[in-house]
Design a protein around this ligand. Structure first.
Ligand code: UD1
Ligand code: PEP
Length: 422
């Protein structure tokens, strides 16, 4: 298992290109299952999660070619040879559940393993299932699998009111509804940029969708979808993560491809902490204003609120802020596993349920630490960049799920960081 070695080395200066969004690409790839014509995704990120989704789609009989070093994905699902998403793949990556809606909509049947919990929480899929049931699907949960069947004549349009906002359930229902008979209205739908991106791609394929980006999405089912070429939206979580690098180390970094509207609530918190963010022709320029970072309180919420996927990284910043910050995690019940690791680096953090209270210290100290999940691992790298001495982050396979070439991107700005193959 590889590790990453980071040495605190002062200010960072330079440019970092931001890739296409993992979480958008993981929803766009299964959209290929809705059509027998090719779907080409450009600006795809090169990540282990994308390879896992590739394997899953291939196991169903789809063709997936990775071109231009992985930045272009050519997908095609002429006829599926299997309709079963196996536990071995689904347990590696929860986004695998996104093949359920498309398979059911196009071919009328699917068997998908239940994902189970993961490190950050229980993460049930009941909302995905209720939405598909509202469209007439018959679901049978047995042997750890969801056995799903559409009614004769296919899924039917329905009004679906989500009791809480779910990105994945919105995506599954949105894809299924494109081929359902009649109109589907999704209420209390997720408004994340990844949903907007998926809706745009589906529209390019011929779907009739209105309202994406708002909490009500209306879909008029069509008989078939065609092919399309679609660029994956910029990864707002990778963007926010690298915006924190000059914030925590000092200096100035330009994030190429960054856009304020992807990270609005996050930028407000950075501003309050004393970090300046400016739009440039090519992206966003981030710099720390004079003096120490100031404490700010943060509460995670669905988009357009502060993203849970940036909470761990923000905590790393606030560990060295002047004053006490309160971070409230409202999306996942167990997403503070980075806190004890940051504490090993000299941070002062108290966790009670979904609230972490962070009292800033002047300096963190390097230490051997362990990544427990994707965003936790990158928060430890950020903390290591600002710490005195050496930090070794182990179990970086979590990191490789969501960050491509992290060592290269940070060392181009002057960071001392390298991978130790294990
Ligand atoms: C691949 C991907 O896009 N992952 C993102 C997606 O995950 P994901 O789509 O899994 O997250 P959801 O938005 O569905 O989860 C939000 C909350 O709803 C709960 N819930 C969800 C579905 C359900 O059927 N029942 C239920 O109770 C979850 O346990 C969680 O507490 O959105 C999360 C919230 O922004 C992000 O942290 C993840 O990075
Ligand atoms: C939690 C994340 O991903 P997933 O939903 O795939 O676990 C994430 O991207 O931070």
């Amino acid at each position: 298992m590889d590790s990453i070695l980071v040495k605190g080395n002062g200010e960072l200066r330079g440019q970092i290109p931001i890739a296409g969004a993992k979480n958008a690409c993981l929803a766009l790839m299964p959209a290929t299952l809705l059509s027998d014509e090719p779907l080409t995704l450009t600006n795809a990120p090169r990540l282990s999660d994308i390879r896992t989704m590739t394997q899953l789609l291939q196991s169903l009989g789809a063709e997936v070619a990775s071109l231009q070093g992985g930045q272009v994905l050519a997908l095609s699902s002429h006829a599926l040879t299997d309709h079963r998403a196996d536990y071995d793949i689904v347990r590696k990556m929860r986004a695998s559940i996104l093949v359920l809606g498309p398979m059911l909509a196009r071919d009328g049947h699917a068997v998908v393993s239940l994902p189970g919990g993961c490190a950050i929480g229980a993460r049930p899929v009941d909302l995905h299932l209720k939405a598909l049931e509202a469209m007439g699907a018959e679901l049978d949960l047995r042997d750890g699998y969801i056995h799903a069947k559409a009614p004769a004549g296919g899924l039917k349009g329905a009004r679906v009111v989500f009791p809480l906002v779910s990105v994945g359930a919105t995506e599954n229902a949105l894809m299924a509804a494109t081929l359902a008979k009649g109109t589907t209205v999704l209420e209390n739908a997720a408004r994340e940029p990844e949903i907007v991106d998926l809706a745009r791609c589906l529209r390019r394929m011929g779907a009739r969708i209105e309202g994406e980006g708002s909490s009500t999405i209306t879909i008029e089912g069509v008989d078939r979808l065609g092919g399309a070429t679609h660029p994956v939206v910029t990864d707002r979580i990778e963007l926010g993560t690298y915006m924190l690098a000059p914030a925590i180390c000092g200096g100035e970094v330009e994030l190429l491809g960054g856009r304020i509207e992807l990270v609005g609530a996050f930028c407000e918190k950075l501003d309050a902490a004393g970090i300046s963010v400016e739009e440039t022709e090519r992206g966003l320029r981030v710099a720390r204003r004079n003096g120490r970072v100031k404490a700010v309180d943060v509460m995670t919420e669905p988009f357009p609120g502060f993203p849970t996927d940036l909470q761990a990284q923000m905590m790393a910043l606030l560990c060295t802020a002047e004053g006490t910050s309160v971070l409230e995690e409202r999306i996942f019940e167990n997403r503070f596993m980075h806190a004890p690791e940051l504490t090993r680096m000299g941070a002062r953090i108290e966790v009670h349920g979904g609230t972490a209270t962070v009292t800033g210290v002047e300096k963190l100290r390097g230490a051997p630490v362990m990544a427990t999940d994707l965003r936790a691992s990158v928060s430890l790298i950020l903390a290591g960049l600002a710490a005195e001495g050496e930090t070794i982050v182990s179990r970086v396979y979590h990191l490789d799920r969501g960050y491509e070439r992290v060592e290269e991107k940070l060392s181009a700005c002057g960071a001392q960081i390298r991978r130790i193959p294990g």
